[in-house]
Design a binder for this molecule. Sequence first.
Ligand SMILES: Cc1ncc(COP(=O)(O)O)c(C=O)c1O
Length: 354
Amino acid sequence: MTYVRDNIEAMNAYVPGEQMPGSEVVKLNTNENPYPPSPTAIDVMRHEMLDRLRVYPDAKAGRFCEAVGNLLGFERDWVLAANGSDNLIVMIARAALGPGRTLAQPTPTFPYYKTQALVEAAELINMPCDPESFAIDVDGLLEANADVTFVANPNSPTGVTASVGELRRLAGGLDGLLVVDEAYADFAEATAVELPRDDANVIVLRTLSKGYSLAGLRLGYAVAQPPLLQQLWKTKEIYNVATLSQEIGLAAIRDQDHMKANTEMIKASRAELAEQLTRRGCRVWPSEANFLMVAVPRGGAAACGEALKRRNVLVRYFHQPASMADKLRITIGTPEQNQVLLAAWDEAGSHSEF
Ligand SMILES: Cc1ncc(COP(=O)(O)O)c(C=O)c1O
């Protein structure tokens, strides 16, 4: 006896990275930002909130969307806020997927797209990345011509980025939606956020979880043409963005200097860590995100991840797809955290633990 649909019963749940609050662990497994958010964002929490929490939030998150629009050069109705970008992924799936409809994605990628395809009993089309460069297969995705094509750009867990020109070609050739998930765009060289101006089928997703150090706040937004956002709006929970999130997010978006200084530090540490791991015999893919995909010497990725964990350093190992079996995804920490990682790496290596 089951109380849920057969496809829900049959599917596996999304497995989030391990969280160990309050511990001494160096946490490099879920692509969080090691630096604090903007001090002005934190001030909002102290001063403005008491009476505002008594009443419901603005269901449209109007002031936040307006600030995002001002930043990017769009009218407010081109921006839709949500409870993290994963909330937007759910809304898109609710609106555009279902039995008999298709979701295409490069693999490897963010596993939550697949979760939503399974929830909606849609058909999932996996399009493997190039086994060497991990570039996405634009022609393959065009050929699949799915109802919804998800491209994380930069991609996770690879860190590899498709050019805006390639994404434009994809957008122009698809009959369905193209979702460009720019969770890591704040660490990247280019953005596809201009694409929706010309392409009515493109949705760009952004989050404050990474570049703005606000993963715990749960705030993301979509940029797309207003008629498309009006359709997504219908699938939204009524008050999906808490008042606190709207206000802190507004202050954070207005403090671009803080975000840029923060992401510049991460980018410098990214180059340094890539060099250090390469010296240790790893292959490191060029990353435009706040993490590195690293092939561990002698294929010992799983053992290396375990050896690091025994030394209180968490990194991410993905069993699937097979192309990830010899690799780790390592979030960029502070220079001090990266040193702890490397010291643990060297110690485990010297004990032949991987
Ligand atoms: C590619 C990608 N998209 C979306 C998300 C979810 O971000 P948010 O915290 O905004 O839900 C993540 C989280 O790690 C991610 O890697």
